[in-house]
Every structure is written in structure tokens, then in C-alpha cells.
Design a protein around this ligand. Structure first.
Ligand code: COA
Length: 193
């Protein structure tokens, strides 16, 4: 009998995860706005999860650290499930498991670019007004979605989503994230320009 498991990503999964993402998104992925935010930045290791079926990695979700107007946040993606296993709720389970851990670790905000009709199942909704939070590059504003892991965490947050490379280790540590958010109105010195 085949057994599908959702579990945290391990170091040894990296090649399988990369292959899955390359297969799911193709070479055009490098041109996407969301990809630009990941370039040269390590994912938040503690939060990556995989779907494993019979010892083989068949699904992935990863998160990247970003800053929005100086406030620390996570960016969800890429998320992919092997084509023959799609439509069985695996992606939703990948999100639920990793988002629950993110909340436990003290993360406050998660953003992504995607379809609200689908990601709404995991609690995401459109960030309104449209254009309040933007990406470095063209993107359909109605596809910029957010999730507050702490109620009210997105209140007053606006600006362009930017790389937050230097803070990857801090994010991995989870707790203490709020210390990264400067008082309202001040620009964070570690928010890459
Ligand atoms: C998106 C993806 C991860 C979903 O994986 P999954 O395990 O099939 O997801 P679930 O079983 O939890 O949910 C399936 C549902 O999502 C819907 N769905 C899948 N991709 C979608 C998309 N891009 N936009 C909106 N809905 C989508 C399916 O139609 C299905 O709907 P249904 O339950 O009403 O039939 C998978 O289709 C995939 O790997 N796609 C290729 C990579 C990709 O496009 N990733 C998302 C980038 S934003």
C-alpha cells in the first residue's frame, strides 16, 4: 500500500525539490517577480515541507524571508505537487502543516502571488486596497494575497515586497521576529534597497 506523508524538508531533499519545481514551473519561472525575490536568498529552512510517497519526494512548499515596508514577512512559494498526485488535497496539507509551524515559531505575516479562490482554502485573502503591497515587477494586483498568522499583523503594512536576505537565519530561529519590525514610519536599515 502506498503511504503519503507530509513532513519537514531535510537537507537531503534539496535535489528532489529542485527537480519537482523545475518540472512544475519550467524555465520561464526565473522571469517571475516572485522568483526575483528568491534569487540569491536562502529559503527559511525550518518551514520547508515535502510530500513523501513511498520514500520519494512528490510535493514541496517553501518559504522565503521578505520585508514589506520594513516589516518582516514570509513569502510562500514555490508550491508544487507531482502531476499524478494532484487534486487529492496534498498542496493544502503542505500549506496547513507549514503554516501551523510558522505560527508556532512566531512568524506573523505570509504573502504570496496566486489565485484567491484556491489559496483562500488555506486562509489567504486579497490585500486591499489593491496596490497597497506590491512586488518588484509586474504582477496582477488582485493576485497579491496575505495571511495574518497573528490577528491584525497586516494592519498598516504597505510598500514593495523586498528581499530580506540577511535575516534568513533570524527567520529560521522564528521567535523574536517582531524585534525586526521598526516603529511605524521608520525605514528598516536591513530592508534591501
Ligand atoms: C497548484 C498545485 C500545487 C496544487 O496541488 P494539489 O495537491 O493538486 O492541490 P489540492 O489537491 O490541495 O487542491 C486542488 C484544487 O486546486 C485547484 N488548483 C490547482 N492549481 C490551481 C491554480 N493555479 N489556481 C487555482 N486553483 C488551482 C484545482 O483545480 C483543485 O480544485 P478542486 O479541489 O476544486 O478540484 C499543483 O496543481 C501544482 O503543482 N501545480 C503546478 C505548479 C503550480 O502552478 N503551483 C502554484 C503556483 S501559484
Amino acid at each position: 500500500m502506498s503511504v503519503a506523508t507530509i513532513r519537514p524538508e531535510r537537507d537531503g531533499d534539496a535535489a528532489a525539490v529542485d527537480a519537482l519545481v523545475a518540472q512544475a514551473f519550467g524555465p520561464g519561472r526565473h522571469a517571475k517577480s516572485a522568483y526575483r525575490l528568491r534569487e540569491g536568498v536562502e529559503p527559511v529552512r525550518a518551514l520547508g515541507h515535502v510530500l513523501e510517497l513511498n520514500g520519494v519526494v512528490a510535493g514541496t512548499v517553501r518559504y522565503w524571508p521578505v520585508g514589506i515596508g520594513g516589516v518582516a514577512a514570509l513569502m510562500l512559494g514555490p508550491i508544487a505537487v507531482r502531476p499524478d498526485l494532484q487534486g487529492q488535497g496534498h498542496a493544502l496539507q503542505l500549506m496547513q502543516a507549514s503554516l501551523a509551524l510558522a505560527r508556532t515559531l512566531g512568524h506573523r505575516i505570509v504573502v504570496l502571488v496566486g489565485d484567491e479562490a484556491y489559496y483562500g482554502r488555506a486562509g489567504f485573502s486579497r490585500i486591499q486596497p489593491y496596490g497597497r503591497i506590491t512586488l518588484p515587477g509586474p504582477v496582477d494586483r488582485s493576485r497579491v494575497l496575505g495571511l495574518e498568522l497573528v490577528p491584525g499583523a497586516l494592519e498598516g503594512v504597505s510598500g514593495e515586497i523586498r528581499k530580506f536576505g540577511v535575516s534568513a537565519k533570524v527567520y529560521a530561529a522564528g521567535a523574536g521576529l517582531t524585534a525586526l519590525a521598526p516603529p511605524a514610519g521608520q525605514q528598516a536599515s536591513h530592508d534591501n534597497q
